[in-house]
Write a protein that binds this ligand. Structure first.
Ligand code: ATP
Length: 952
């Protein structure tokens, strides 16, 4: 009797309990599962099947976190000092500077939080798309549901490559093996069974249970869910919770390094500025000292691009969303960068480079060969003998072809269904489906055959074995061989492998010895079909004397060793799997981008080579390396073979891992595709593991860094393009932000140092500064946000696929960019200071305006210069005038310009920012001066392009 702990849908020690009692106690049915309504009710009662995440950080905490930046703290301290001085002096009027600065600091923090939110939302949305799923039976129907919706009592259907979604008691298994390393640390997969255990056992020995988070490595089974979410065993392991943290990407690390370095440099500069001002000014009141203090601190704050990390996350996250829209689901932000640097793409053939729409077009047997007409899954099309024999009249050829197609349809897990609308739908492996369709084309044998035999056991297909078998019990044997009484083994698979297990060949209705000449004939037929890009599979049978009961409970390994032997070869089929039409262009695009494409397939070498040549992966006459050859290689041999070979055929998943290692040892950045459970190690080891979204197993999806929602090779190349584009945009706004900050620092620094030369000193002003603290912070607020973000979503301004991949070790902010940044910063400083000099009496150019006006002009020139610079920054080499448009950027620039007009002309803002109104002429002068940033940078780019062209 089951022991129940009193709560509903929960069962203590289900491993000690008989399966029927488990089902009864959990209110489930072993054939129909829960009803959909009951499942929904339990979901509401037990909550989702997921580990409890940390509660979200409240907004006020996020705001405070924004204010934790040491420079901002410094600024706030300065504000406090300024308020203190104001109070000490009698608290007259409003401490304008202090209020304005405080407002700007808060505005910055709010913008920062908003950007962080956006980035997090994007990442969360992606997590939802790539969330794990599970197969359950509900109301008698098998369906795939998000793993978080699995409830206690659900009847799970487990297949190879599935991740077990929750703890469950097994009720039916077929060669089921589960890797439980995640839970128990035991690396060997555990063989599972369904009988109740005798007494208390450790987790790792509960062989009739499947635990949440573990992976099915072999076989299949069904199980009733006993515990979900935090109640499951994985829920009890806290450390798994920590795994979901996103680590900073290499680029984010580099940028924060640059930020730190700039911080130090700028603080030094700020101190120099403050000391210089103290020396050249005749400070008297506390307020004067506060003004200088605020200037120094504002300069430091403005010059460090604090906005950068936030903008960076937003741009990465938005890029990732855009990729998801194109069927490439990138799970980690860091992979976006890695994608852009990929130098090799290793791709499966079937389904990725080809359409995986298999049509069986030829059958070759001992007595001849036939062609099948028609395409797709509709079983219509003539079956014609190559030698003109009329198949309707029977004879040896017909009997053999019928045996091949019937056998292939028996060793088969797919289901072909006529839809009400007259079309045909296939569920399952398209290779299997091809046999079902072909069998019906011959004469609609399927139903008849089903009536004559039923499956009693099966040995599943794996990429290592390259075979699958069904053990069929007579109602009548599949092939009428005289004297047959026992079960029939029907095997189909890779002809070269299968032939090794055959000793006889079917001729007409008789099995005759498979001599060397017949073997050679079969191999020649396989070679000939493979050379035409056909996928080849052999079919063989063996009629035994074993009673069905004798095999039912045999393990897969025993079946394989004892029954998949001494088979009778029936024949070989050729299956067409057309290349994806877009694959050829994608291969060409990858090559142009300096990315090598390698095909790795379990298929026959000639089939692989034919398709690889057709797609332009290798030239005519290239060689393929086979798994057999690879097995004989040492480390040096591996290195050599990956350098010279781009087609690997008849390989197993473990070869993929070696290929990844060998390529990486050569310093290459490897993207590797995979679908089966055994591909997971290679996917993890690759720089970018690419899991198939349609045909891929749950385990591979979780191991991959990226999921291809459409299994399509072209999508990988599109994702690389997108990755490179994002990277190019990041470079753009880095160039923009850094050069803008450089402009601010140099303007203030040179303004103070050269105050005498510019005519800035000696106008009755106590404090001699080119810009006020509030003005500096304003520039920062205006330029750090809108234009920088707009640049992050810039349309591609240059052909990112025309250059070789970036090396991962290469710095993003390289010497060339630093040169650029210094140059633009210097130009900005010169024109801003010129604006001061023009308006003030004295200095290099004679003027007749006051200091406030001169400063307003310099302030305006600096803002406008930054806006012009936004257009420069869109390319390091190409002219800003010939680039594509970016409406976001235009919008951001227009908004910033409008706000600047307001700051100069709206009285209350004039008061806050120490500005005075400018005349139309003065605005024009500012505009002309500021535009120098654009023209001079254009000039520099021309020189640069000439030089690069001269270098070739
Ligand atoms: P890729 O690795 O590019 O996806 P693939 O699909 O051909 O290529 P596998 O699925 O490992 O690779 O198949 C390897 C070989 O096993 C095939 O060439 C075929 O001969 C055989 N095979 C494939 N599918 C089946 C199947 N359903 N039943 C029996 N044999 C199969």
């Amino acid at each position: 009797m089951p022991r129940d702990d009193g709560s509903k849908h929960r069962l203590l020690d289900p491993w000690l309990t008989d399966r029927d009692d488990v089902a009864a106690a959990l209110g489930s049915d072993l054939t129909t599962g829960l009803s959909p309504d009951e499942a929904a009710r339990r979901l509401a009662e037990h909550g989702p099947n997921e580990l409890r995440a940390d509660p979200p950080v409240p907004t006020w905490r996020r705001l405070l976190a924004q204010l934790r930046d040491p420079l901002v703290v410094l600024l706030l301290v300065a504000v406090a000092v300024s308020v203190g001085a104001w109070l000490a002096e009698g608290a007259e009027g409003v401490p304008v500077d202090a209020v304005v600065i405080a407002v700007i600091v808060v505005a910055n923090a709010v913008l920062g939080v908003a950007q962080e939110r956006k980035a997090e939302d994007a990442v969360a949305a992606l997590a939802r798309i790539s969330a794990p799923t599970a197969s359950v039976v509900r109301g008698g129907e098998q369906r795939r549901v998000p793993a978080r919706e699995v409830v206690p009592g659900d009847l799970l259907v487990l297949a190879e490559g599935d991740t077990v979604p929750a703890d469950a008691r097994l009720v039916q298994v077929s060669s089921l093996q589960v890797a439980e390393a995640a839970l128990t640390g035991e690396s060997e997969a555990v063989a599972k069974q369904t009988a109740p255990l005798a007494g208390p056992t450790a987790l790792g020995d509960r062989t009739n249970m499947a635990f949440g988070g573990t992976a099915v490595t072999r076989g299949s089974g069904r199980a009733v869910v006993t515990a979900t979410g935090m109640a499951a065993e994985t829920g009890k392991i806290a450390q798994l919770l920590a795994e979901t943290e996103q680590e900073p990407t290499p680029l984010q690390r580099e940028v924060s390094g640059v930020g730190r370095m700039l911080g130090i440099a700028v603080v030094v500069i700020a101190i120099v500025v403050v000391v210089t001002v103290l020396l050249i000014s005749d400070l008297q009141t506390a307020a004067d000292y506060v003004t200088v203090l605020l200037l120094g601190v504002s300069l430091a704050v403005a010059a460090v691009p604090e906005g950068l990390p936030a903008v960076l996350s937003v741009v990465l996250a938005v890029g990732v969303q855009r990729m998801a829209g194109r069927n490439a689901i990138v799970k980690r932000l860091a992979s976006v960068e890695t994608l852009g640097s990929a130098s090799v793409i290793c791709s499966d053939k079937t389904g990725t480079l080809t359409q995986n729409e298999m049509t069986l077009v030829r059958v070759v047997t001992a007595s001849g060969s036939v062609r099948l007409e028609g395409a797709g899954y509709a079983p219509v099309g003539a079956v014609l003998a190559d030698d003109g024999t009329d198949l309707a009249e029977g004879g040896a050829l017909r009997a053999e072809v019928a045996a091949v197609l019937a056998g292939g349809s028996a060793a088969n897990d797919a289901v072909l269904r006529a839809e009400p609308d007259g079309t045909w739908a296939l569920e399952g492996d398209p290779t299997d489906g091809a046999f079902l369709v072909a069998e019906r084309k011959l004469d609609g044998l399927r139903e008849a055959r089903l009536a004559r035999s039923r499956r009693v056991a099966a040995v599943p297909f794996t990429s290592e074995r390259k075979l699958m078998s069904s053990i069929e019990a007579p109602v009548e044997p599949v092939v009428d061989v005289e004297g047959a009484v026992g079960v029939t083994v029907v095997t189909k698979g890779a002809p070269d492998v299968l032939l090794g297990r055959c000793t006889q060949v079917l001729v007409g209705d008789d099995a005759v010895p498979l001599d060397d000449a017949r073997r050679a004939a079969v191999l020649a037929a396989v070679e000939e079909m493979s050379g035409q890009a056909l996928r080849t599979l052999g079919v063989a049978v063996r009629v035994t004397e074993l009673a069905p009961d004798a095999v039912v409970d045999l393990d897969g390994d025993v079946l394989e060793a004892e029954l998949e032997q001494e088979l009778v070869w029936c024949g070989v089929v050729g299956i067409i799997d057309p290349p994806r039409p877009e694959a050829r262009d994608a291969v060409a695009a990858a090559r142009r981008a300096g990315i090598r494409v390698i095909m790795i397939t379990g298929d026959h070498p000639r089939t692989a080579l034919r398709i690889a040549t057709d797609l332009g992966i290798v030239p005519d006459g290239a060689r393929a390396a086979t798994g057999l050859e690879l097995d004989a290689l040492d480390d040096d041999g591996w290195r050599e073979v990956v350098r010279t070979t781009s087609v690997f055929a008849r390989v197993s998943p473990e070869h993929k891992l070696r290929i990844v290692d060998a390529l990486q040892a050569d310093g290459l950045v490897v993207a590797m595709t995979g679908d089966g459970v055994n591909d997971a190690p290679a996917l993890k080891s690759a720089d970018i593991g690419v899991a198939m979204g349609v045909t891929g197993t749950e385990v591979t999806r979780q191991a991959g860094a990226m999921i291809l929602a459409d299994d399509n090779f072209a999508t990988i190349v599109a994702a690389v393009r997108e990755g490179r584009g994002i990277f190019a945009n990041i470079k753009k706004f880095l160039r923009y932000l850094l050069s803008s900050n450089m402009g601010e620092v140099l303007t203030v620094f040179l303004g103070v140092v050269l105050a005498g030369v510019l005519g800035l000193a000696g106008h009755g002003e106590v404090v001699v500064v080119p810009l006020l603290a509030t003005q500096i912070l304003w520039i920062n607020l205006l330029t750090d946000t809108g234009p920088a973000l707009a640049m992050g979503v810039d349309p591609q301004t240059e052909d990112v696929m025309a250059r070789p991949p970036r090396r991962l070790t290469e710095r993003v902010i390289d010497a060339r960019m630093w040169g650029d940044v210094l140059w633009i910063g210097a130009v900005m400083a010169v024109v801003s200071l010129l604006a001061i000099d023009i308006h003030l009496p004295g200095g290099l150019v004679e003027g007749d305006d006051g200091v406030d006006l001169a400063r307003t002009a310099a302030f305006t020139v600096l803002v406008l210069a930054q806006l012009f610079n936004a257009f420069n920054a869109r390319s390091g080499e190409h002219s800003a005038l010939t680039r594509t448009h970016n409406r976001w950027l235009w919008g951001a620039v227009a908004l910033a310009a409008g706000l600047q007009v307001a700051v100069v002309h709206v009285p209350f803002l004039q008061h806050a920012f120490g500005t005075v109104a400018l005349s139309a002429d003065q605005w024009l002068v500012c505009l002309v001066l500021a535009s120098a940033v654009l023209w001079l940078e254009e000039l520099r780019k021309v020189v640069l392009r000439r030089r690069d062209a001269a270098r070739g």
